[in-house]
Design a protein around this ligand. Structure first.
Ligand SMILES: Nc1ncnc2c1ncn2[C@@H]1O[C@H](COP(=O)(O)OP(=O)(O)OP(=O)(O)O)[C@@H](O)[C@H]1O
Ligand SMILES: [Mg+2]
Length: 382
């Protein structure tokens, strides 16, 4: 009697088993399909990643190629100012392998050119370069472009010289006239010297006049030559206070009784890259103008002070000052209001200042005239 229910139980158990195993089978198939799709997805992702990496490395090598082909030098720095990347041209221009060095160390290899082109530098290899710096933008650090402007600088210097020579040419007749007057005076005085009946005291006075006229001539010819040359060349590091001492020495013979020249220096150990003769000449020229403008009781002060990375010389006097309507013209070659002037003084001063990477300007002063001649200090560029 017990066998019947058992058979029924068994049949039910078989049914359950069959249902279960077919459901397991379908789950397994589902799983298999899922694994296959995941494997395919993974392969796809891997291929994509590989392609991305390949594209990135292609881009990197293309960038490197472009950097290598650029005509200028490129330096890239990190947030701390260390050079992390540089192309071959940058290394050639600064004359050293810049990667790993601080940007200040690299820039210290360059010398401010002190030429008309502002912000240009001379490299150890003798090239002239200009610098431009930009922040990287998306990340900390900056990119620095070094452009070789040697040819531009040469052409500029040549053009500048041509311009000066043509100005000189145009003014040659005027100059001949200017030179003839003191020359004629000197000749006249010399003739008088030949007079045997001249008293010794008078003879001395006449001789002094001859020397005075000849010195004036020499100064005019010197100005003319300085203007034609342009005031650059022969640049060496010069101590500012030593330059001022030379200015005072050169002025000694030009300060008449009753007049006074005072030097005030506010710098110690400051150095400028300069052609000392030309720069001293320019400062003397400014002081002589002050002495001439202020007359008998002239009081001329020459000072030097730092202003950021620049050195500013100021020359001021207690004369009548420059009338506002003339201020725009006084630096023009051959502009003069003095009967015995050639009008080259300030033109020379300006060409000297610019040849030193600086400039000269007339400042507004409470009384008298004040000229400021500024130029870059050595080691304080960039
Ligand atoms: N310190 C000054 N005060 C007033 N006027 C000045 C002063 N310096 C220059 N000037 C004006 O600028 C003009 C041009 O000066 P610049 O030195 O170029 O020539 P100059 O002194 O006339 O002649 P030189 O060639 O002999 O120097 C002067 O004639 C004068 O009018
Ligand atoms: Mg003058």
């Amino acid at each position: 009697m017990a066998t019947q229910p058992r058979a029924a139980e068994l049949t039910a158990a078989f049914h359950d088993f069959n249902r279960l195993s077919s459901s397991l089978e379908s789950s397994y198939r589902d799983l298999e399909a899922r694994v296959a799709s995941l494997a395919a997805e993974l392969a796809d992702a891997r291929r994509q990643r590989f392609e991305e990496l390949e594209a990135r490395s292609r881009l990197a090598s293309r960038l490197e190629q472009i950097l290598g082909l650029l005509p200028g030098g490129v330096l890239v720095t990190d947030a701390a100012g260390l050079v992390v990347d540089a192309n071959r041209q940058a290394a050639e221009l600064v004359g050293a392998l810049p990667v790993g060095k601080s940007i200040h160390e690299v820039l210290a290899l360059l010398t401010p050119s002190g030429d008309d082109g502002q912000g240009e530098y001379d490299t150890p290899a003798g090239a002239r370069v200009s610098l431009s710096r930009r922040p990287l933008g998306s990340e900390p650090g900056e990119i620095l472009l070094i452009t070789d402007v040697t040819d531009n600088a040469r052409q500029r210097a040549w053009l500048d010289r041509q311009r000066r020579l043509s100005t000189l040419g145009e003014a040659a007749a005027l100059l001949a006239h200017q030179v003839r007057t003191p020359l004629a005076a000197a000749l006249l005085y010399t003739n008088r010297l030949a007079n045997p009946s001249l008293e010794p005291a008078e003879r001395q006075a006449v001789a002094a006049k001859v020397v005075g006229r000849l010195k004036h001539l020499e100064a005019q010819v010197g100005d003319m030559l300085a203007f034609a040359r342009g005031g650059g060349g022969g640049m060496v590091p010069c101590d500012v206070n030593l330059l001022l001492e030379h200015v005072v020495q050169s002025l000694a013979s030009k300060v008449e009784a009753g007049a006074r020249v005072t030097v005030r220096t506010h710098v110690n150990g400051a150095t400028v890259n300069a052609n000392p003769e030309a720069l001293v000449g320019a400062l003397v020229n400014l002081a002589v103008n002050g002495l001439e403008a202020a007359g008998e009781a002239a009081d001329v002060t020459i000072s030097a002070e730092r202003d950021g990375g620049r050195l500013v010389f100021r020359v001021e006097d207690n004369g009548p000052g420059v009338p506002a309507e003339l201020a725009g013209r006084i630096f023009e070659p051959f502009f003069t209001t003095r009967s015995s002037g050639t009008g080259l003084g300030l033109a020379v001063v300006r060409s000297v200042a610019r040849a030193h990477g600086g400039d000269v300007r007339l400042e507004t002063a409470a009384a008298g005239a004040r000229f400021a001649l500024e130029l870059p200090l050595v080691g304080e560029a960039a």
